[in-house]
Each structure stands twice: as structure tokens, then as C-alpha cells.
Write a protein that binds this ligand. Structure first.
Ligand code: FAD
Ligand code: PHB
Length: 391
């Protein structure tokens, strides 16, 4: 088999890249190790930046999102038993975010890609990459037990944090920057109408909590927990009891409870490799960087990377020039580090750190007070949350 660009991974990065290339008349094949139902049901992120929303619409992929997604123009920060709204529209000139589940985005991208005759090879096993140091990259894999080879001009490593592409780059080329946090998030989906129209990020002395949603009938809630928290210790009643404590306000707020339909624990880390490219292999999305979910940035950052990559590939196929491709890593990393900073800052602002001194706790509350009372500070939060402009 032969194509222009071999894309490994049918996550947001790989699928958006395939669509951007298709629009530019560049062929690609996507290889995915999982089955289609698996990637279409996997519960993950839920917040799309304004720029991600605009791009999906521009690509003709936003029809269901615009019908079923919930556009939000603010969030609440809750601490000391009180809520404080950050008004995105007012602070950013009318921008907002879309609440629409990542797996719904995946369904839309897969359906449109297959309808346009694009190739996505599901259940591709034993994937390995080679030849990218020279001019002839090749992706080897097996499908239904048959060994296969996909020859291409470039490989896009969109295979997430646990993929094979990052590890295929020779030792000594990449430098990794990493921070692990001493906590995780216990997340649930519940058949319960969200108790507020907008997301609530709560800083509580018992730990962080987040109320998000998937629809007017389904809540998505998270609790700060141990990084290796044992879910067996969290029957539904205990989860609700803890949530109610962390969201409580002076004026008697209470969450609407309902059946829990999904439960999981997510670890938290910040991670970046530099550079994001070696020869004809380009890393994009979680294969190159991870952010803690507090800023709701993982999916959006993956999409921002592949926009840069698609522009570089477009220039190459139109003119043979590699100016933009050669700058891929440099351009992406400027945004990656700003988003890392924001995600780290939101995480530090809102979570309970085990070893916090009384001094640190007071400082954190002072920062929350400042962020919710200074227009300059609120603007900083708002413009990062709705998404920084693309270069
Ligand atoms: P992925 O979505 O990970 O896609 C990579 C794809 O490559 C996967 O489909 C995988 O099956 C496939 N793959 C892997 N290895 C191979 C291989 N060897 N061969 C072929 N295919 C392969 N972000 C937020 O903003 N908010 C959240 O609440 C949030 N929650 C999350 C919860 C979990 C459990 C996880 C794991 C992530 C969460 N994220 C969240 C992060 C966000 O989902 C990711 O940043 C986003 O999915 C990145 O997209 P991607 O395309 O780079 O990678
Ligand atoms: C979600 O809805 O899953 C969500 C929302 C905001 C975040 C993280 C996750 O910061």
C-alpha cells in the first residue's frame, strides 16, 4: 500500500489531520489499533475551544455539534461557600466554549471520513514505523493476522501518550519535560440534570471538584482523589455525599443526584517532548505532550498541532518547499508551553496539595479572590480558557 501521509491513531489529532489533508487534496490513510465502537464510546474530554468549534464548522463537520452541543459563555469558580462567575463573552469579545463530548466528535469525524471514501484501518496490530530518517518512511502492521506495509512520504504520529511513534525516535534526540501531580480525578457520568447551566470549578478544603455536563439530562462530575484511587471504595452513595460537601454554598446549593452510568480514575501529569519531529516523522497531540485536565485543553491542543502540520504539508505538496515543515516543532511548542502553563496554573489554583502549609493555603485563597475580583486577572483566565489565537 502507498499513500502521501500515513497517520497513526484515530483520535482527535489523527482524524482532524486526515480531514485537513483531504481538503488540501492530499491523500492519507489512518491506522487505529482499536475497534471503531471502542473509540466511539471512550469517555474523555468535553470542552471545545472557540477555535476548535470554528474549524470543525469550516470543515463541514459541525452540524451535529451545533445541534446537540451546549455553547457556554462563562464558568463559575467556587470557594469559601460562594460562586464567582467569569464572563468569557464580556472579557474576550464574545468568545465561548462548546460542551460536546470527545467521543461524539470522534463519531462525526469517522462517519464523514468514511463517507468521503477515506481509509481508516481499524484493529491494526503490531504497528511499527521505520525509514523516516531518510526519504522512504514505512509503517508495518498486521491486520487479521496478515502482515502489511504502508509506504508514505511522511508519518504523522497521532497515537497518543502510549503509542509507538515517540519511542521510535532514536535515543538522545528528544528531551522530555515532566511533572506528576500527587492526585488524580475520579470522574462519573450520571443521569442527572446539571444543577447549574455552566461548569463549576470548586476549590474546597476537602479537595477539588468539577461539575460539567454532556446534555441537559446528563452530568459529568469529577472529584480530586489519590492518583491510584481504588474505585471499589467509592460506591455511588459515597461519591454523591463527597460531591455535595465540595460544592456546598452558604445559600444551600445542592447537586441533583441520579444513577451513575460510568466511573473512572484519571492520573494527572504535565509532559512535553522537544522537538516534536524527527526526519519525516511528526508527533502531534498526546504523543508529544500531556496536560492535566483542569484547563480542558488536551483535545484542543491536539487539534492546534495538526493545523500547523497540515499547513506545512500543504506547502510541501504545492511547492516542494519545506520551510513550514521545518518550523513545525518550533511553532507548535510556543503554544504547547503556553497551554502547559495555563493548565498547570489552573491545577495549582484549584487543588489541595497534600503538603500545603497554612501559608500556601492562604496564598491560594488570596489568588482566587484576586482572580475573581480583578478584571485583568479574569481576562487572563478567560482568554486562555476560550483558547489563545492561532499563529
Ligand atoms: P488520543 O485521543 O489518545 O488518540 C490516539 C489514538 O491512537 C487512540 O485512538 C489509540 O487507540 C490509537 N493508538 C495508540 N497506539 C496505537 C498504535 N500503536 N497503533 C495504532 N493506533 C494506536 N482532556 C481534557 O481536556 N479534558 C478531560 O476531561 C480529559 N479526560 C481524559 C480522560 C482520559 C482517560 C484520557 C486518557 C484523556 C483525557 N483527556 C482529557 C485528554 C484528551 O482526551 C486528549 O488530550 C486527546 O484525546 C488527545 O488526542 P490525540 O488524538 O492526541 O490522542
Ligand atoms: C469535561 O466535561 O469532561 C471536562 C470539563 C472541563 C475540564 C475537564 C473535563 O476542565
Amino acid at each position: 500500500m502507498r499513500t502521501h501521509v500515513g497517520i497513526i491513531g484515530a483520535g482527535p489529532a489523527g482524524l482532524v489531520l486526515a480531514h485537513l489533508l483531504q481538503r488540501a487534496g492530499i491523500e492519507s490513510v489512518v491506522l487505529e489499533s482499536q475497534t471503531r465502537p471502542y473509540i466511539e464510546e471512550r469517555v474523555r474530554a468535553g470542552v471545545l475551544e472557540q477555535g476548535t468549534v470554528d474549524l470543525l464548522n469550516e470543515l463541514g463537520l459541525g452540524e451535529r455539534m451545533m445541534r446537540q452541543g451546549l455553547m457556554h459563555y462563562g464558568v463559575e469558580l467556587r470557594f469559601g461557600g460562594r460562586g464567582h462567575r467569569i464572563d468569557f463573552a464580556d472579557l474576550t469579545g464574545g468568545k465561548g466554549v462548546m460542551i460536546y463530548a470527545q467521543h461524539e466528535v470522534i463519531k462525526d469525524l469517522v462517519a464523514a471520513r468514511l463517507a468521503a471514501g477515506g481509509e481508516i484501518l481499524f484493529e491494526a496490530k503490531d504497528v511499527s514505523v521505520g525509514g523516516f530518517e531518510g526519504e522512504r518512511p514505512v509503517i508495518r502492521f498486521t491486520q487479521n493476522g496478515e502482515p502489511m506495509e504502508l509506504h508514505c512520504d511522511f508519518i504523522a504520529g497521532c497515537d497518543g501518550f502510549h503509542g509507538v511513534c515517540r519511542g521510535a525516535i532514536p535515543d538522545g534526540v528528544l528531551k522530555a519535560y515532566e511533572r506528576e501531580y500527587p492526585f488524580g480525578w475520579l470522574g462519573i457520568l450520571a443521569e442527572a440534570p446539571p444543577a447549574s447551566h455552566e461548569l463549576i470549578y470548586a476549590n474546597h478544603e476537602r479537595g477539588f471538584a468539577l461539575m460539567s455536563m454532556r446534555s441537559p439530562k446528563i452530568s459529568r462530575l469529577y472529584l480530586q482523589c489519590e492518583p491510584d484511587e481504588d474505585l471499589n471504595k467509592w460506591p455511588d452513595a459515597r461519591i454523591w455525599e463527597e460531591m455535595q460537601k465540595r460544592f456546598a454554598t452558604m445559600d444551600g446549593f445542592s447537586l441533583t443526584e441520579g444513577p451513575v452510568i460510568q466511573k473512572g480514575v484519571t492520573g494527572m501529569r504535565s509532559f512535553v517532548v522537544e522537538p516534536m519531529q524527527f526526519g519525516r516523522l511528526f508527533l502531534a497531540g498526546d504523543s508529544a505532550h500531556i496536560v492535566p485536565p483542569t484547563g480542558a485543553k488536551g483535545l484542543n491542543l491536539a487539534v492546534a498541532d495538526v493545523r500547523v502540520l497540515a499547513s506545512g504539508l500543504k506547502e510541501f505538496y504545492a511547492s516542494g518547499k519545506r520551510d513550514l515543515l521545518n518550523k513545525y516543532s518550533e511553532i507548535c511548542l510556543r503554544r504547547v508551553w503556553k497551554v502547559q502553563r495555563f493548565s498547570w496554573w489552573m491545577t495549582s489554583l484549584l487543588h489541595k496539595f497534600g503538603a500545603d502549609s497554612a501559608f500556601d493555603r492562604r496564598r491560594q485563597l488570596a489568588e482566587l479572590d484576586y482572580v475573581t475580583s480583578s478584571r485583568a486577572a479574569m481576562t487572563t483566565l478567560a482568554e486562555n480558557y476560550v483558547g489563545l489565537p492561532l499563529e
